[in-house]
Design a protein around this ligand. Structure first.
Ligand code: PRX
Length: 655
């Protein structure tokens, strides 16, 4: 942490929404005693949850903890795809829709459990035919198409480790991720639709692969029937997905590999405070147990639900609550390829209306955009099928919560505000819709089996009021390490207070009833439109530009995105501070990392405010970017720097 966190915790929220008795009477979790039962013996409680899944061999020990490493269900053999697919084939679920997919330009594809199982088995055999074996890493760089789920499941089927990279990331971000875990195969597409244009994923992949020696094969999904989108196919290395799936290797029989509970299921990269993104490692058994239980409890999944989580599979939400969780529960998952405002601002409501969606899970940034576009858009549609709403990814401000409640839930639907992270694998703090009295802006209490608290810097418990969020006992879907970097794993998560207390990097406030309100990151990680971006990553991208000498990046509040990126930049030598250079630098960051990291504002400055020991004072930069009164500047080496900076910022952006 660089300097003191700034919390906006003055808000007092009095509105309360107790569970509707009709909803509560049918809820999957009805008995509040579950909390006490879990607290009395968390390990036995998780074992009970684990028994709801099918294991090829039982575990011999449920839990082992030699800090920093925890292990769950030791000796147990399981395959998550057996639980997502095979076990639903014995009864009538076989012919139930597993996936209903809608493309951005229209077009709907539906796959039943039986069909999805067959597709996954065939593709798993295809991967094997290209030399992929248990433990190999496979990169998945796809749009939101059914093949993204098929690819993930096919890897898991044969014990290959998938590393999904969000399709909005640049070639360079893709190659960094491929190289960090030495992927052998990349699965991509000729393109995908986003806001009426084609995202050229294969071309980006080609650029990335110029510096990825580990990759032997590229599998290319053709997004649409007919002619492919323009892209190059390199003989020998590149293969069309549809051809492989018609070929002799694509046999429909592929028994699920019995995996050890602690075998790695996937790696997913996320931003941290320093250096390159971290490859978060999740293993198989514990992850499956936490994700299955939370999907059932928090989303109250039932046999005839149509469940829609609008996250992309490139993020952890897409892993746990688009693919693995709902499929383990045997639900029908709706997947949508594109933007929420294409062709019109009511696209999401149209989808809910057309497919009779019953459960809808999205991010506060999307809700704030919907608010801005106006409630006339949802008002045009029949949203009466909805029965439960959820949010994730960032703190939800009470106005957005109320808007969601009124205009989407029409006052009828409970809202679950779910706090968790890439690292936690599954939801950690959230109301349970049949039990919890919801309070706008409050995530609620830790879910059964999770032990969380609020601590001060020294590690003293803060019973009521604000401090730092801490998790005091390992949970089944806890990240096991950072790929190839155990030391960084310990340093980042398990050394803030002691080796046994997990530090998620968030501030939190607890009310008199133990409800948690998450206050946002306390480290140098930004949350832009629900996406985690490390300030260091953006700074490195800027400094990579030939004219940039130094850069400091901070977040400023943004009505829709939550936070926007502001970069303070000093230039080399005689470089001119022009608007066109400003645009170049924004584009440079977008090219290096991806459009999601493009700075909103770039402020040129002759100098950055530094302490006498040379440390950049970000707190002051945040004050400037937010137009706040400047805090203490007496520790600065040169106090005139900030005044000059503030003036130029106000001139350019109106403060
Ligand atoms: O700051 C918290 C915020 O998102 C961070 C995790 O980001 P990521 O790993 O990308 O995963 C996002 C989806 C799980 C957290 O450290 N965050 C997530 N959910 C909430 C939240 N902040 C407030 N309220 C939430 N419900």
């Amino acid at each position: 942490m660089t300097d003191a966190p700034v919390f906006d915790d003055l808000l007092v929220e009095d509105r309360e929404f107790p569970p509707d008795p009709v909803f509560a009477a049918q809820a999957n979790v009805r008995d509040p005693a579950i909390y006490a039962r879990a607290r009395a013996n968390p390990v036995a409680f998780w074992e009970e949850q684990a028994r709801e899944l099918e294991w090829f061999a039982p575990w011999s020990r449920a839990f082992e903890w030699t800090p920093p490493h925890c292990r769950w269900f030791l000796g147990g053999k399981i395959n998550i795809t057996h639980n997502c697919l095979d076990r639903h084939l014995a009864g009538p679920r076989r012919n139930k829709a597993a996936l209903i997919w809608e493309g951005e330009p229209g077009g709907v594809r539906t796959m039943t459990y039986l069909q999805l199982h067959r597709e996954v088995c065939k593709f798993a055999n295809v991967l094997r035919s290209l030399g992929v074996v248990r433990g190999d890493r496979v990169a998945i760089y796809l749009p939101m198409v059914p093949e993204a789920a098929v690819a993930m499941l096919a890897c898991a089927r044969i014990g290959a480790i998938h590393s999904v990279v969000f399709g909005g990331f640049s070639a360079e971000s893709l190659s960094d991720r491929i190289n960090d875990s030495e992927c052998k195969v990349v699965i991509t597409a000729d393109g995908g639709w986003r806001r009426g244009t084609i995202v050229p994923l294969k071309s980006e992949t080609d650029k990335a692969l110029e510096s990825c020696p580990s990759v032997n094969h590229v599998i290319v999904v053709k997004r649409s029937p007919g002619e492919p989108f323009p892209c190059q196919i390199r003989e020998g290395r590149d293969h069309w997905y549809h051809r492989l799936m018609e070929g002799p290797a694509a046999r429909a029989k592929c028994p699920a590999e019995p995996m050890d509970a602690e075998d790695v299921l996937y790696i997913l990269y996320t931003s941290g405070t320093t250096g390159k993104p971290k490859g978060i490692v999740h293993t198989t058994g514990g992850y499956a147990v936490s994700v299955h239980a939370t999907t059932k409890w928090v989303f109250d999944i039932k046999e005839d639900d149509i469940y829609w989580c609008s996250a992309d599979v490139g993020w952890v939400t897409g892993h746990s609550y688009v693919v693995y969780g709902p499929l383990m529960c045997g639900a029908t998952v709706l997947m949508y390829e594109g933007a929420p405002n294409h062709p019109g601002n009511d696209r999401f409501w149209q989808i809910i209306d057309d497919h009779r969606v019953t459960i809808f899970y999205t991010a506060p940034t999307a809700i704030r955009a919907f608010m801005k576009w106006g409630h006339q858009h949802p008002a045009k549609h029949d949203l009466s099928s909805l029965r439960l709403l959820g949010t994730v990814g960032e703190p939800i401000n009470p106005e957005a919560w109320m808007w969601y409640h009124e205009h989407i839930g029409r006052g009828r639907c409970p809202i679950v505000d779910t706090w968790w992270q890439t690292e936690t694998g599954a939801i950690m703090i959230s109301g349970l819709p049949g039990l919890t009295t919801m309070k706008p802006g409050h995530a609620g209490v830790p879910i059964p089996g999770i032990e969380a608290t609020v601590l001060d810097e020294q590690g003293n418990e803060v019973k009521e009021g604000s401090g730092l969020l801490a998790i005091t006992h390992p949970w089944p879907s806890m990240l096991r390490t950072i790929w190839g970097d155990d030391e960084r794993f310990v340093k980042t998560y398990l050394s803030k207070w002691d080796a046994k207390t997990y530090f998620p990097g968030d501030g939190a406030k607890r009310d008199d009833r133990g409800n948690f309100m998450i206050l946002g990151r306390v480290d140098d990680v930004l949350n832009v439109a629900g996406h985690r971006i490390g300030t260091m990553e953006v700074e490195s991208a800027l400094v990579d530009h030939e004219l940039v000498a130094e850069a400091a990046v901070v977040g400023r509040r943004h009505d829709i995105k939550g936070q926007a990126i502001v970069a303070f930049v000093t230039l080399k030598g005689r470089a001119k501070m022009t608007d066109s250079l400003r645009d170049d630098l924004k584009q440079h960051v977008a090219t290096k990392i991806g459009a999601i990291a493009r700075p909103e504002d770039i402020i040129f400055t002759a100098d950055l405010p530094k302490t006498r020991s040379g440390k950049i004072m970000r707190r002051l930069l945040r004050d400037i970017a937010e137009g706040r009164a400047l805090g203490d500047t007496t520790t600065l080496a040169d106090a005139s720097v900030v005044e000059a900076l503030r003036e130029s910022y106000e001139e350019k952006y109106g403060g």
